[in-house]
Design a protein around this ligand. Structure first.
Ligand SMILES: Nc1nc2c(ncn2[C@@H]2O[C@H](COP(=O)(O)OP(=O)(O)OP(=O)(O)O)[C@@H](O)[C@H]2O)c(=O)[nH]1
Length: 314
C-alpha cells in the first residue's frame, strides 16, 4: 500500500491519536516508571477507548522494559501500536466470495444512521471492481428514503437492484432477489435490512423471516450477516455488538466513520471484547472509502506512530 494511503489513514486517525497524546501528556520522559505513573498510563489508555485488557497488556510491557532515559512519547506509541496490532490481527478477515451455488447472500444490518446504506454501496462497488456480478435488495422497506437512497447508489455504481414500495415485505424481495440472481448468474446478493433499534423484537422477527425464506432456497444462506457500526458512537457501538451479535447471528463487522473521530480506539476494544471478525472500515463518505482491515496499519494510525514520526521529520 502506498505511503500516501498510510498518511491519509494517519490523518483520518489524527483525532484518535491526538486524544491518546492528550490523555498521556505529562507522563513522558519520567525518570522512573513507578506504579503510580503506570497506573496513570493504564487509565489514559482506557480513556482512549482501547479496552481494559489491551491497556493492561501495555502496562505489563512497560513494567518489563527498562527505560534508563525515561520513556519517550514515540517509544510509548510504538508499544501501544504493537499491542493493539496483536489484538487486531486475529479478527482481520476480509469478506470472501466463495459460496456455491451462487449467489452468496450477504445480509447487512445496523441501526439507522450507522452508515449501512453507504457501506452497501461501497461494498457493491468494491466487488464489482473485482469483476463479481453484484445485485442489491432494498430490504429496508420501513422508510421510503432508504429505498430511494439505495436505488440512487445502485444506478450510480451500475448494479441491478430489487426494490418495492414503502412497507413492502422484505422477505418477499429477498426471495425475488435470490430467484433473479440465480437466473442471471449473480455472484453476490447484498441485502439491506431495516435498522430500527427502538423495536428490537420487530427487527429480529423480520430477520428471522428473511432467514426462513432464504433457507428454503438455499440452506447455506445467508452466508454472511454483516453488522455495520458507527465508530463515533464509541461504547454504544460495543453494546450493539453485544445486543445484535448473537441474536442476529452476526458473522462479521464493518466499522464506519473512522475518519475524523477521536474514538478510533474502539476498534481495539471491539476486537478485545468480542473477537468477532472485522471485514473492513469506512473512512469517508465517497464510494472508494471502504478499506480492508489491515491490523498493522490501523494499529499504527490509532497509536499515532506515523503522525509523530512525520512531525519529527518536519
Ligand atoms: N465521514 C464518514 N461518513 C460516513 C461514512 N459512512 C457513512 N457516512 C455518512 O453517514 C451518514 C449516514 O449514512 P447512511 O449510509 O445513510 O446510514 P444508514 O445506516 O443507512 O442510515 P439511514 O439511511 O438513516 O438508514 C451519511 O451522511 C453518510 O454519508 C464514513 O465512513 N465516514
Amino acid at each position: 500500500m502506498s505511503t500516501s494511503w498510510s498518511e491519509r489513514l494517519a490523518g483520518g486517525f489524527r483525532r484518535t491519536s491526538d486524544k491518546l497524546g492528550e490523555n498521556l501528556s505529562g507522563l513522558f520522559g519520567k525518570a522512573a516508571l513507578d506504579a503510580d505513573t503506570l497506573d496513570q498510563i493504564e487509565e489514559a489508555l482506557i480513556a482512549s477507548d482501547l479496552g481494559p485488557a489491551t491497556a493492561a497488556k501495555i502496562r505489563e510491557r512497560l513494567e518489563g522494559e527498562r527505560f534508563a532515559l525515561g520513556l519517550s512519547e514515540l517509544r510509548l506509541r510504538e508499544i501501544v501500536a504493537e499491542e493493539v496490532e496483536k489484538i487486531l490481527a486475529p479478527v482481520a478477515k476480509p469478506l470472501e466470495i466463495e459460496a456455491f451455488p451462487r449467489p452468496q447472500v450477504i445480509l447487512v444490518i445496523g441501526v439507522n444512521g450507522s452508515g449501512k446504506t453507504t457501506t452497501i454501496a461501497k461494498l457493491a462497488h468494491l466487488l464489482k471492481e473485482q469483476d463479481y456480478e453484484v445485485m442489491l435488495v432494498a430490504g429496508d422497506t420501513f422508510r421510503a428514503a432508504a429505498i430511494g437512497q439505495l436505488k440512487t447508489w445502485a444506478e450510480r455504481i451500475g448494479v441491478p437492484i430489487i426494490s418495492g414500495a414503502e412497507g413492502a415485505d422484505a422477505a418477499g424481495l429477498v426471495f425475488e432477489g435470490v430467484k433473479q440472481g440465480t437466473a442471471r448468474g449473480t455472484d453476490v446478493l447484498i441485502v439491506d435490512t431495516a435498522g430500527r433499534l427502538q423495536n428490537k423484537a420487530g427487527l429480529m422477527d423480520e430477520l428471522a423471516k428473511i432467514r426462513r425464506v432464504l433457507g428454503r432456497l438455499n440452506p447455506a444462506a445467508p452466508h454472511d450477516v454483516v453488522l455495520v457500526l458507527d465508530a463515533t458512537t464509541g461504547q454504544n457501538a460495543l453494546s450493539q455488538i453485544d445486543i445484535f451479535g448473537k441474536e442476529a447471528g452476526v458473522t462479521g463487522l464493518v466499522m464506519t466513520k473512522l475518519d475524523g473521530t477521536a474514538r478510533g480506539g474502539v476498534l481495539a476494544a471491539a476486537a478485545e471484547r468480542f473477537g468477532m471478525p472485522i471485514h473492513a472500515i469506512g473512512v469517508g463518505e465517497s464510494i472508494d472509502d471502504l478499506r480492508p482491515f489491515d491490523p498493522r496499519e490501523l494499529a499504527r494510525a490509532i497509536a499515532g506512530v506515523e503522525a509523530i514520526a512525520v512531525e519529527r521529520r518536519k
